[in-house]
Design a protein. Structure first.
Length: 124
């Protein structure tokens, strides 16, 4: 199990901050960070702000965040005509970002959920 910490004290004096960790493969590849960096700059800003809202304001409900069951949650980011989902869980009081994708259908694709659940089981 390998995890990668991201962040710093750029928010100043906010009292509560849930530490944020991005999933890494067993080989040490930052697949979620690489996906995040592949987004356009403006899209990264929007998705990053939504992740920070969850990190600094947990617990957060709809419309930003929704439980998917089994300890899996999603952050829902709207990028105009596109929708991004970030799937995460909690481990040892850390928010662990497991997977991110651009949503193309109304329902969350089963393969995207299965990948996030597999990664969740891997770090548990």
């Amino acid at each position: 199990m390998v995890l990668s910490k991201i962040g710093g004290d750029f928010m100043g004096k906010l009292e509560k901050k849930t530490p944020l960790i991005f999933y890494k493969t067993k080989a040490g590849k930052d697949v979620v960070v690489e996906w995040f960096r592949s987004l356009r700059k403006e899209d990264r800003r929007i998705v990053g702000q939504d992740l920070m809202r969850v990190q600094y304001r947990w617990p957060v409900g709809m419309p930003l965040c929704r439980p998917l069951g089994g300890g899996l949650w999603e952050v829902r980011s709207s990028l105009g005509n596109r929708i991004v989902r970030i799937l995460f869980c909690f481990r040892d009081e850390h928010l662990v970002v497991l997977h991110g994708f651009v949503k193309k259908t109304q329902r969350t694709p089963t393969d995207e959920l299965e990948l996030a659940r597999k990664r969740k089981d891997e770090i548990s």
